[in-house]
Design a protein around this ligand. Sequence first.
Ligand SMILES: Nc1ncnc2c1ncn2[C@@H]1O[C@H](COP(=O)(O)OP(=O)(O)OP(=O)(O)O)[C@@H](O)[C@H]1O
Length: 631
Amino acid sequence: MTTWWRTALAELGKRWSIVRILPRAGTRLVVGLAVINVVLGALPVIFVVATSNVLGRVPEAVTGGTDSAAWRSLLAIFAVAAAAFVGQQIVAPFQNSLGELMARRIDGQMFDELMTAALRPRGIAPLEDQAALQDLRAAVDEVQHGFQSPGQACAGLLALGARYVQLIGYATIIALAFAWWAALALVVVVLLFRYGQRNGIRHYSRLRYALDGPERKIDYLRGLGIQPPAGKEIRVFGLAGWLTSTLEQAYRSWLAPLWVARRRLYLWPFFRYAVVGLVLTSMVFALTGRAAAGQLTLTGFALVMQASLGALRLSEFYPEADNQIAVGMTAYDAVQRFAQRVDTYPAEVRDEVPRRPSAAAPDVVPDPVTTIHFDQVSFAYPRQDRLVFDRLDLTIPVGRCTAIVGLNGAGKTTLVKLLARLYEPTHGAIRVDGVDIRTYPVSQWRRKLGVIFQDFARYEISAAANIGYGAIDAADDRPGIEQAARAVGMADDLARLPRGLDTPLTKQIGGGTDLSGGQWQRVALARALFALRHGSPVVVLDEPTASLDVRAEAQFFDEFAELTQGATTLLISHRFSTVRQADHVVVLTDGKVAEQGSHDELIALDGQYARLFRLQADRFTDVTQPEEVAR
Ligand SMILES: Nc1ncnc2c1ncn2[C@@H]1O[C@H](COP(=O)(O)OP(=O)(O)OP(=O)(O)O)[C@@H](O)[C@H]1O
């Protein structure tokens, strides 16, 4: 099959995809808008017919006088022309607003589809995959802003209907009033223009998508200039000059290929098609002029001229709709690709139905009784060769506090992601009292966990909800929320806010406020404690005290020990003042457990833990002795 045919078939496929999403706007709206577009296509044709007739009847009406039948017929046909003109002005706004409504309805559903796809995976892999994120961002940008979105593509497709009705109308006028070959020639010229431009638009929209990386860089750099955190550093480090020149460079490297493409895709084809079009049009006009001398009446001449000019002007309008369709469908493709990627992601946690490796496995996840065991667990991130864990064998004692220590990149956060089943091990299993956690439905297992990640969420909602989201079913347990806030030393800070616990924690909302980094961390810790109170016996805190001052850290551990009594807690920290609070310490190195034991045992072992501990403590030796710091 030739490339030409393949392109044509692909194009038809695209049109078909749009037709398939049209019903999402609702049958009545689609039919209504289609009718409006047909009417809007027909009215200019009626106008041309009526005004040409007005022109043709003027001589006879003038001769006959205002009482003559010719004058009355002139007025009648003039009324038709006026009605066609006024009709266009009345109907056109409906086309716009209904088109907008259609776009919003379809884009709204598209966004829901995108959200569903983003939330569907049980694991987090697609949201950490660069390619999937590119599709997600491209789709979200277009769908959210609704400028050239799938919904606009649908409205654009229906708007094309108006253009075709017009073109057919003009061609029919020319064929009836003059000659079929002139009608055919004009149709060919218009479609030729359209074909040339549409191809260019399609390629251009693909190129824009391919240049997503450089465009993101520009967005990122522009964002730096207006965001407070970077804004501070830009001023302190004098980075303003660097920012403007980098932004300029980024613009240039993004625009250079676009300029080349624009010339290649728009300018040269435009000249080519313009020359062919002009030659053909001139021939039609020349032949029409010749024939008109003997054959055409004044009405016929006006009909042919107006219809020809009207048809030629259409080639200006087609690109509008074509552009909407091309870019809008690129966004639709991105939505589809993202949804497919989510479904086909390798080693994904998709399984909500429990797998049963052992007939003895209970139906409901029991509270862990003795151990959580990483049994020969190996793991590499999808599409990565490097193993983060290589047959990791680690036992976390239930009902006690375990700290995980290791250098940056040792795999501490990855360990938590595996425990929370955001990823699945590529080999081995995580067992609770001997049972593989994959035996249970993901959601049931997760209900046993209260996890606060290093990059915990800062919800732009009330302080109470920020804590209550640790156990959404119990989010209205006000005393529980207050107790959690007290436990992390935030009760007074939150009470002082304008609306106390009901104050939105964002300045984006009127009456809202923002918190300091340490205060935010304490709110996140309160969330984990609230989860614990409501039946999550395993609490995992990734760098829980990184932003806490010494007093807050000490206070936190006083309360924490009491509140988490009997619970299984996992602390990941680089702070040895935090780590030594744990009953059991595990040192991770190169994907394996290098050392484990109590703080005192590991100090006595004088291995990696002791070295790291001394390194941190040495920084205080001018003030006091390491042992004192540690205590
Ligand atoms: N989503 C991801 N995709 C690919 N590789 C990843 C991903 N997340 C982490 N890694 C890699 O996995 C390794 C372990 O990362 P992890 O975040 O678990 O380390 P960590 O011990 O928590 O580090 P830190 O102390 O800096 O927080 C690192 O080499 C990191 O680059």
